[in-house]
Design a binder for this molecule. Structure first.
Ligand code: ADP
Length: 327
């Protein structure tokens, strides 16, 4: 029989993503509904180590569902990598009587949670808050939909000028290790090429395609590149094109941090609410040390140990779609 949880802590950790606030709100209100006490932990694991922890009420999360970022703030915490740091964090949780944690973050945050929950008797539930959608065990992550829509809106605008001037544009979107933002925004904006870290980039093939298009007088070309592509991002791609095809006007635009911010989409607010609610239900029902996701529109629960080992993969079907639709 798993022990009962009475006081839970909520934190956001690692990279921020739009919808984290909606998730905090759902976790806090669900916990209060069940008569639990709730504590907000500031700046991810840093707040645990530094005892920056405060009691939350229903009104603590009023008027935040529509806001990007996270009211609990987030950080990368070096101390949490050490056993001594985690011990201090544990003692601080004990001071408040916290006996369960809801952790909203990326795979790094879950690795921390997994180690912590193995060392100490504090059940943890992890929720995927990341714009990268690179976590296995869930079809969606909180913030991806908003980020990809921000990218699509920006690329559509660039396409207007690209079209007016018959130019080639190389647009870089976020994704150091994961190509989902590039893949989805590229397909949604009709990109001719989409370059992602999960697939090796064949620049010679791209140059050949561009040369052939030039012969056909098709000068408008959109290349969407994930920042972590093995060829080296938008600047490197444009440089290689200019070297091989000097007559081509290749412009670069790096979308950068605008993709992280902004008001979460309706979809992100909904999944964040559903996941925040489910995380608290898990803690109450004794489903401990799990990662909560949504698969085929149903809640999915996998042990944290397994969640940290896998990455969400990009299917060959998507790559085929890119090729066929761009021809
Ligand atoms: P994300 O959660 O977005 O992937 P990070 O990889 O930066 O972001 O992880 C967030 C935090 O989780 C780190 O700053 C650290 O405090 C904690 N963490 C990550 N990996 C580990 C680990 N192996 N051991 C302990 N803590 C970790």
């Amino acid at each position: 029989m798993k022990k009962k949880v009475h006081k839970i802590g909520v934190l956001t950790s690692g990279g921020d993503s739009p919808g984290m606030n909606a998730c905090i709100r759902a976790a806090v209100r669900t916990a209060l509904y069940h008569g639990l006490e709730v504590f907000g932990i500031m700046r991810g694991y840093s707040g645990m180590v530094e005892n920056d922890i405060f009691k939350m009420e229903s009104r603590s999360v009023a008027n935040i569902i529509q806001r990007g970022g996270t009211i609990l703030k987030t950080s990368r915490c070096k101390d949490f990598f050490t056993p001594e740091g985690r011990k201090v964090a544990y003692n601080n949780l004990k001071k408040h009587g916290i006996d369960g944690l809801v952790i909203i973050g990326g795979d790094g945050s879950f690795r921390g949670a997994q180690i912590f929950s193995n060392e100490f008797d504090i059940p943890c539930v992890g929720l995927p808050g990341t714009i990268d959608k690179d976590i296995a065990g869930t079809d969606f992550t909180i913030g991806f939909d908003t980020a990809v829509n921000t990218a699509v809106e920006a690329i559509d605008k660039i396409r207007d000028t690209m079209d007016a001037h018959d130019r080639l544009f190389v647009i870089e979107v976020m994704g150091r290790d994961a190509g989902y933002i590039a893949l989805h925004s590229g397909i949604a904006t009709g990109a001719e090429n989409i370059l992602i870290p999960e697939r090796k980039t064949d620049m010679n093939e791209i140059i050949d395609q561009l040369a052939e298009k030039e012969r056909r007088k098709k000068l408008v070309n959109l290349i969407v590149v994930a920042e972590g592509d093995d060829f080296g991002g938008a600047n490197e791609v444009a440089k290689a094109i200019k070297e091989k095809l000097p007559q081509t006007e290749a412009r670069v635009c790096i979308l950068g941090h605008i993709q992280r911010g902004g008001s979460p989409s309706c979809f992100d607010r909904l999944i964040a609410s559903r996941m925040g609610y489910s995380a608290v239900e898990c803690l109450i029902e004794g489903r401990h040390n799990v990662f909560v996701g949504i698969v085929n529109n149903r809640m999915s629960y996998i042990p944290l140990n397994e969640a940290v080992k896998k990455k969400q993969r990009i299917s060959e079907e998507w790559m085929k779609i890119v090729k066929i639709l761009a021809s």
